[in-house]
Structures are given as structure tokens and as C-alpha cells.
Design a protein around this ligand. Structure first.
Ligand code: C2E
Ligand code: CA
Ligand code: CA
Length: 864
């Protein structure tokens, strides 16, 4: 649409042969088109007189910017001026109308008009594009692709282009990818198409080199012809205006304007505009990149904060001057400060006591070199004033110049761990039950005492080795919980009688040891031993029972002569054993001869073990006499050890030993089985005799054995014993333990047909109430009462009381150790049922016992 290429359209306002003729002469030369209707480039008006001047107004009103050329007669005065005043562009004289003058005037007016119009159009266009750019600049789009779409659409509208698209290079610049393509025809978008740069070398080179690639005939333009078959033709594209998208010197992609239909030349303004669009696309890219970077930074910060705050470790970041920049949540939790309260404060003042502050300040002032950390441990002071123990490290964060940028303190609250460690150390040296020092600590203190004695030979110390009497039975029968409580109470009582410098320990089980640090004489130690024993005189109340216990104490006095703690303990232990074997509830002081007896005891124990296995235990029988007829009512079975080396060993020398060594269980069972078998034989041999009974002693230890009742039942069954033939003799101490197991076992034994005899009656701590609670059948009055009857002393009174009691309870009574006629008479007078003693017979072998029974058959009864 170039202004010069088209002929001028000339309209003659009023048909006029003169004007026609004149114009016809120059029409072809000046390329004028004579038209009769609008639009026209020029209007010609022939005025005959001033009366037609109004016509000018009308024409200008009709088409304001169309120049009006007036033809007028020169003789009409003032008409020329009036026409020009009215707005005519030119006035040409009708006199001898000169075709050239008229033609030039028309052409001149027409060209002016065309130029003005083109100028105006251009200005308008530029204005419109500028407006479009302003609109575009106003929009702020976070999303890159949305920005591309808007740009494409805006550009398409502003430039009147069919398709506008934004393409970006992929990472390695091998292809461009369409991010947004706007189609004006259907106001729609597409994206995703890809073009490989290797396939279009000329195009991509042009793109890299130029500010714009305008191709009015894209199919033949050397820069874009590469697209002709594969891209332009299929899409009906004729003209293209492609502008590279550049930002900070880098080529990011391209904005393509694709125009179909007729060829289109791209004006500089349009190219400028397209470039601006590309610049906006670049801005959107940079914007998106910046946003992404900011987001990544924000994410990173949030991530670091989250990690810091979820960490259990205390973290404080300080500036190089030691002021708090930041603290994490764990720090705030422990220390009680909010981050705001901590910020800006001197870390040293915030956390440490004045006593620690100087040292910490020094550490902060000379932080460890890069990569290294300084390790510290202090009590920190919280806002609440508590003082947690914190293990902390100090590290310095340095800039590239090596200068300290930040100090990082990380700490762990080790208060609990410390307490635990202390607890562990305490536990390692203390007994958990009683809280007293344990064996290790005791040995340690004792070793210390020995070392001191070696340095100062005048210094003596004493060790008291203490063992509760009968504790095992008590513990097994009362239950371990009660046993434990008893031990705790005993520990307390022992501890209550010692001096501050002395050490009491629970050495193990029911053993306690005492170290008296500085003793002058044996009497000092004995005094303490007596105080301990006195402290145990009051009963301990456990689960409704008053439990009275006693303790056996061995004393060893020591000094420089001992080399090791264990030696002192061994001697004290031996002395304790001595106290035990003398009946317990007493103290003995060590003397060297105890070593010898301990050795022999050990030997006997070994031999006794073999003796039971080899059948060296033999049974002696002591008759029990019925006072009513003086005849043998039965026997008590008494164990003897027939040793090939020692000869016949009495029970006093091995029963206690057997109990201590756990040998009493098999021993008692050997006797029980043997005695019952013997009884059966005698009953078979002497069917005419009345039913004999046999008494068998049962150690208290038997009651801990679960199978005791079953064993007794078996033996009764094996030998076909009638009920009441077997007397099981137990001592009061068994009842004293008072546990349900013992009561149950006794009842079961009783139910199995055995009778229960209470041996050595009167010597124990008897509470008569026991007699109600257990199925007791027989009382055996202890020998000591019977023998004291002879002296005519209080013995008789006691025996009388026992017998009255027994009769009240319907119990039978056997008097033990009857040695004299007088005793027998007295007992008979007191209506005692049975007697046993040397007066009638010593314990004898089964053979001898049998001859006694033979005599029974025919002779008169023994002197009863
Ligand atoms: P114990 O059960 O009180 O037995 C009675 C003891 O008194 C027997 O001593 C007997 O010989 C003795 N004795 C009997 N009459 C007289 C007398 O008139 N005067 C004197 N001075 N003593 C007399 P032995 O046989 O030495 O037994 C001592 C203890 O050994 C028994 O006392 C009993 O506690 C225990 N014992 C004996 N055999 C066994 C056994 O098989 N098992 C258990 N667990 N203990 C046994
Ligand atoms: Ca007995
Ligand atoms: Ca007895």
C-alpha cells in the first residue's frame, strides 16, 4: 500500500464539461482517476459566483480532510480570496484553463493529503504499539508460561498477526521448545512443539546475530527458507517476524510472529515492538529465575531452621564477639529463654556462672581453628535457676578470608547421664536391697585399713563377720519378700550401733560384715558384737508375724600381720562358724586353732558325702516305753556313721555338718526308709506284739523340699504301715517359721497317716499358740527338764505345766532322757504317757533291739 503506487481518485463535485475536458487532457499523464463517489483524494468544485461558496462548507463537512480545489472565473471579484478563506485548498482560474496548472494543483493537494494521512496513521500505529507495551509492562505475572501466553496474545493483537509464539532453548541449546503459541483465529493457545537447532542452521545463526529476523516472504527468505516445507506451508505461513529473546547477553529463545494470507512487510516500529515483546519475555524468564532462586534460598533457610529446631542438641550461634545471634528450640526448652530474650545477649553472661565465665570467655576469644571443635563441660544456669550439666562444643565458622564470622555452640544436656553414672558407681559398690556398702566396697575399705596398719603398726582394726541364724529356713518358708525385709531391717539395726568411721556391709545373702577402723583391744570389738546382738532382741514384725532372729558373729582382730583383705575375712568367717556350731546367737573371736578344725570339718564333710552314698549310715533304735504297762511301744531311729577310719561317729559330730552341707536331705531319707523297712520286718516277725511305732527325726531343711510329703507317702505305702505307726519328729524351730508351706506340709504328712512329734519341747522359743495351729500329736519333753527334775528344782514344775497343757490339748507326751528310777516315778505320777532314756535302754543296733522285742514276748514288762 505504498502512497505513490495508486492513481489519485479525483471527484468532480458538480458535473462540468469544462473541468472534465481540462482534466481529461492531463489524466493519464498525472495518473488521475475521475470518480463520481467518495472516497476521493481530491474534490474539484467549479464555482460560477460567490453564491456557490456554501458548497465548500458542505463538501468539507462531508469529508473533512479531503482537499477541495475550486475552479472559478477570474472576473468574479473577491471570489478567489473568499474560497480560500472558506477552506478551499487551492483556487484555479477557469479562464483558459491550463491543464497542467490544474493537474499539478490536484496532484499536489492529493499528495499532501496522502502524506498527511500516512503520517497520521503511522503516529497512531506507533501510539497504539506504545500503549500495548505499556499495558504489557503493567502486568506482573509470577508464572513464566502465563507471562508468555499474555505476551503472545498482546503482540498478536497489537501487530495483527495470526500466530505469535514464545520458544525457549533447552538446557544444552540443541533445540527450542514452544512454551506458548497464540492463535488469533480461535483465541487459543498451544505449546510443546520442538525444533532442533541442527536442522535449521541458517535460521539459528540469523537469530544469534540479529536483533530481529523480519521475512516478508518467509518461504524464500534465505534465513527462514529452511522451514518452508516442514513448517511454513503446513501452517499457511507467508511472512515471519522473529526476534531473539536475550537476557544479560545470553540467548534464551525466540518470539515468532507468523502471518498468513498476503505477504507482509514489517515496519521498523513493528520490529521494535516485537523486540520489546522479546525483552519482556526475557524479563519474565529472569523474573522466574530470580523467584526460583529466592524460593530455593527460602526453602534452604526454612530447612536449616527446621533441622535446627527439631534437633535435640542445644545450638547457639554467636557473633565473633560472643553475643547470641540465634538459639534453637532445644536450647530455649532447656534454658527457659525465648529466642528474642537470648538474642544480642553475651553468651557467657547468659549461660555461665561467674566462676566459669572467665574460662568460657577465653575459649570464645580464641576459638578452635577451622574444622576443629573445642570440647567443654559445665553446669549451665537456666532462667529458672536450675543447673543442668551440659557437655558442649565450640566451633568457628570462618569466611573465605579466614576471619571468624560466627561461633557455633552445640550442647547436650548430660545431667541424667551424669546422675546415671553416679548411680551406676553407687550401685557397683552398694547392695541394692539394703543400700549398705557391698562386698567390693567392703574389701576396698578393708584393704585400705590394712595399708594404714602397715604404715602405723600401732593401729589395729577388727572385722566382724555376721551370719543370721536359721535364715535359710526362714527365707524359704516365709517367702523371699519377707526374707528380704528381714535382711533390710537387720542391716538397719546393725548400722545403728556402729561409729561413723566404721563400715557395715551386706556381704552377701544373710551375711553382714563390719569393719571397725580403730580398735585398741579385743574388748572393743566384743562390745560392738554385743550391741549388735542386743539390737536384734526385739522381734521384727513381718506380715503379721513377729520374727525373732539372732546372729552369729565371728571377730578377727587385725593389723600389719595381714597381707590381704580376704585373709582377714576368712578368719572372721571361721570364728563365725565356730559361733554357729556352738548353737549360734553368740560371738567368737578368731584364734589360729580354728584353721585346723575348719580343715578337718572340710575333710569330714567330703567323707560324709561318700558315707551316705556307700551306706555307712546305720540306724540305732532307742525303745520308747509305755508307762501304762512298762512295755516297748516303739523306737526312735537315730543315725550313726559307721566310718571305716573314724569308727562309729555320733550324730553330734555330723548332723550339723550334714545340715550345713545340704547332706541332711539324703541322710534323713536313708534313715526314714531304713527305719520303716525295719519296722515292717519286726511286725512280720512279731505279729503277736501290739503295733509298734517308729520315730524318725526330720531336719527343718526337709520342709523346703517339695517332694517331702510324696516321699513319706511312698515309704508308708511301700512298707504297708498302718496310720499312726510313723512318728515324724520335728523341732519347734520348724513351726516358728510359721510359713504356710510348713503348715501345709505338716497337714499333708498328717493326712498321709504320719504322726507329728514335737521334739526337744520347751527349749525353743515356743509360743504355745503353735500347738493349736499345727496338727501336732506328740510332745517330747526335752531331756534338760527331765534331768533337772532329779535335782528337785524347777524342772518338775515345768514338766507338770507341759503335761497339763498336753492333756488339755489331747496330746501324748514322751519324756526324753529318763536316766533314773526317780525321774520315771515322778513322770508316771504326773501321768506322762511314754518315756525314753538310758534307764530303759541306750540306742542300740537293730539286732539288739530285736532281742529286746523277743524278751517282750515272754518276759514280764520292763520295770515301768
Ligand atoms: P534327739 O532327737 O533329741 O534324740 C535323742 C538323743 O538323746 C539321742 O542322742 C539319744 O542317744 C539321747 N538320749 C536318749 N536317752 C538319753 C538319756 O537318758 N540320757 C542322755 N544323756 N541322752 C539320752 P543321739 O542319738 O546322739 O542324737 C542326737 C541328736 O541327733 C538327736 O537328738 C537328733 O536331734 C539328731 N539326730 C539323730 N539321728 C538323726 C537323724 O536321722 N536325722 C536327723 N535329722 N537328726 C538326727
Ligand atoms: Ca528325736
Ligand atoms: Ca529330743
Amino acid at each position: 500500500m505504498e502512497p505513490d503506487s495508486e492513481p489519485f481518485r479525483v471527484r468532480i463535485a458538480r458535473p462540468d464539461p469544462v473541468v472534465h475536458a481540462t482534466l481529461a487532457a492531463v489524466r493519464d499523464r498525472l495518473r488521475l482517476d475521475l470518480v463520481s463517489a467518495s472516497p476521493a483524494d481530491v474534490v474539484l468544485l467549479h464555482l460560477a459566483s460567490a453564491a456557490g461558496l456554501d458548497e465548500i462548507d458542505r463538501l468539507l463537512e462531508e469529508e473533512p480532510d479531503v482537499p477541495v480545489i475550486v475552479l472559478a472565473a477570474p472576473d468574479a471579484p473577491g471570489l478567489f480570496d473568499a474560497a480560500l478563506r472558506r477552506g478551499a485548498t487551492d483556487v484555479v482560474s477557469t479562464e483558459r484553463p491550463d491543464p497542467l496548472t490544474l493537474g499539478r494543483s490536484v496532484r499536489y493537494a492529493g499528495e499532501r493529503r496522502r502524506t498527511r494521512r500516512a503520517l497520521r496513521k503511522k503516529t497512531e500505529e506507533a501510539h497504539r504499539l506504545r500503549e500495548a507495551l505499556v499495558e504489557i509492562a503493567k502486568t506482573d505475572v509470577a508464572d513464566e508460561d502465563l507471562a508468555f501466553r499474555r505476551l503472545a496474545r498482546a503482540s498478536s493483537r497489537a501487530l495483527g498477526v495470526d500466530r505469535v509464539s514464545v520458544w525457549l532453548f533447552n538446557e544444552d541449546h540443541t533445540e527450542i521448545v514452544c512454551r506458548a503459541l497464540y492463535r488469533r483465529a480461535d483465541d487459543a493457545y498451544e505449546s510443546g512443539q520442538r525444533l532442533r537447532s541442527i536442522d535449521y542452521p541458517a535460521y539459528f545463526e540469523a537469530l544469534a546475530e540479529s536483533r530481529a529476523v523480519p521475512a516478508s516472504d518467509a518461504r524464500s527468505d534465505p534465513r527462514t527458507a529452511e522451514f518452508a516445507e516442514g513448517y511454513l506451508r503446513p501452517h499457511g505461513i507467508v511472512s515471519m517476524l522473529d526476534v531473539p529473546v536475550r537476557a544479560s547477553g545470553r540467548l534464551f529463545g525466540v518470539v515468532c510472529h507468523e502471518h498468513g494470507g498476503g505477504r507482509r512487510a514489517w515496519t521498523l516500529e513493528e520490529q521494535e515492538f516485537a523486540s520489546s515483546i522479546a525483552d519482556h519475555a526475557a524479563l519474565a524468564i529472569e523474573d522466574a529465575e530470580r523467584r526460583r532462586a529466592e524460593e530455593a534460598l527460602r526453602d534452604e533457610r526454612n530447612f536449616c531452621s527446621a533441622v535446627l529446631d527439631t534437633a535435640a542438641t542445644l545450638v547457639a550461634v554467636l557473633d565473633p564477639a560472643g553475643r547470641v545471634v540465634r538459639v534453637n528450640r532445644a536450647f530455649c526448652r532447656l534454658m527457659g529463654h525465648t529466642p528474642e530474650q537470648a538474642a544480642g545477649r553475651s553468651f557467657t553472661d547468659l549461660v555461665f556462672s561467674p566462676a566459669d565465665a572467665d574460662g568460657v570467655r577465653a575459649a570464645l576469644e580464641s576459638p578452635p581453628p577451622a574444622e576443629a571443635v573445642g570440647e567443654h563441660e559445665h553446669a549451665w544456669i537456666t532462667r529458672r535457676g536450675t543447673r543442668p550439666r551440659v557437655a558442649w562444643t565450640l566451633a568457628a565458622l570462618r569466611g573465605s578470608d579466614g576471619a571468624v564470622k560466627h561461633l557455633v555452640v552445640t550442647g547436650v544436656d548430660i545431667t541424667e547421664r551424669k546422675a546415671l553414672e553416679e548411680q551406676l558407681i553407687h550401685d557397683a559398690f552398694h547392695d541394692s536391697l539394703s543400700g549398705l556398702p557391698n562386698r567390693s566396697l567392703f574389701l576396698d575399705r578393708l584393704a585400705h585399713a590394712i595399708r594404714q596398719a602397715k604404715r602405723r603398726p600401732d593401729r589395729r582394726f577388727a572385722v566382724l563377720f555376721m551370719d543370721l541364724d536359721r535364715f535359710k529356713i526362714l527365707n524359704d518358708s516365709l517367702g523371699h519378700l519377707s526374707g528380704d525385709r528381714l535382711l533390710v531391717e537387720v542391716g538397719k539395726r546393725v548400722a545403728s550401733v556402729i561409729r561413723p568411721g566404721d563400715t557395715v556391709s551386706r556381704f552377701g545373702g544373710d551375711e553382714f560384715t563390719l569393719l571397725l577402723d580403730d580398735v585398741r583391744a579385743e574388748s572393743d570389738a566384743i562390745q560392738v558384737a554385743e550391741r549388735v546382738q542386743k539390737s536384734l532382741e526385739t522381734a521384727v514384725r513381718i506380715e503379721g508375724h513377729d520374727v525373732v532372729t539372732s546372729i552369729s558373729i565371728g571377730i578377727a582382730l587385725g593389723g600389719a600381720e595381714y597381707a590381704r583383705a580376704e585373709e582377714v575375712l576368712r578368719d572372721a568367717d571361721l570364728a563365725m562358724y565356730q559361733a554357729k556350731s556352738k548353737g549360734g546367737a553368740r560371738h567368737e573371736t578368731f584364734n589360729p586353732s580354728m584353721h585346723a578344725s575348719a580343715l578337718s570339718r572340710l575333710r569330714i564333710e567330703t567323707e560324709l558325702r561318700h558315707a551316705i552314698e556307700r551306706g555307712e549310715i546305720v540306724i540305732y533304735y532307742q525303745p520308747v516305753i509305755d508307762f501304762s504297762d512298762g512295755r516297748i511301744a516303739g523306737f526312735e531311729a537315730l543315725a550313726r556313721w559307721s566310718s571305716p577310719t573314724r569308727g562309729l561317729v555320733p550324730p553330734s559330730e555330723f548332723i550339723r555338718l550334714a545340715e550345713d552341707a545340704g547332706l541332711i536331705i539324703p541322710l534323713d531319707r536313708v534313715v526314714l526308709r531304713g527305719a520303716c523297712r525295719q519296722l515292717r520286718r519286726w511286725r512280720e516277725r512279731f505279729p503277736r506284739l501290739r503295733p509298734l511305732s517308729v520315730g524318725v527325726n526330720l531336719s527343718g531343711r526337709q520342709f523346703v523340699q517339695r517332694d517331702l510329703v510324696e516321699h513319706v507317702r511312698d515309704v508308708i505305702r511301700e512298707n504297708g504301715l498302718e496310720p499312726g505307726c510313723l512318728n515324724l519328729e520335728i523341732t519347734e524351730s520348724v513351726l516358728l517359721d510359721g510359713s504356710p508351706q510348713v503348715a501345709e506340709a505338716l497337714q499333708a504328712l498328717h493326712d498321709a497317716g504320719a504322726r507329728i512329734s514335737l521334739d526337744d519341747f520347751g527349749t525353743g522359743y515356743s509360743s504355745l499358740s503353735y500347738l493349736h495351729r499345727f496338727p501336732i500329736d506328740v510332745l517330747k519333753i526335752d531331756r534338760s527338764f527331765v534331768s533337772s527334775m532329779r535335782a528337785g528344782g524347777e524342772g518338775e514344775e515345768i514338766v507338770r505345766t507341759i503335761l497339763t497343757l498336753a492333756q488339755g490339748l489331747d496330746l501324748q507326751v514322751v519324756a526324753e532322757g529318763v536316766e533314773t528310777r526317780e525321774q520315771a516315778d515322778a513322770l508316771k505320777r504326773l501321768r506322762c504317757d511314754y518315756a525314753q532314756g538310758y534307764l530303759f535302754s541306750r540306742p542300740v543296733t537293730a539286732e539288739t533291739a530285736e532281742t529286746l522285742l523277743e524278751k517282750e514276748l515272754d518276759s514280764r514288762p520292763v520295770n515301768a
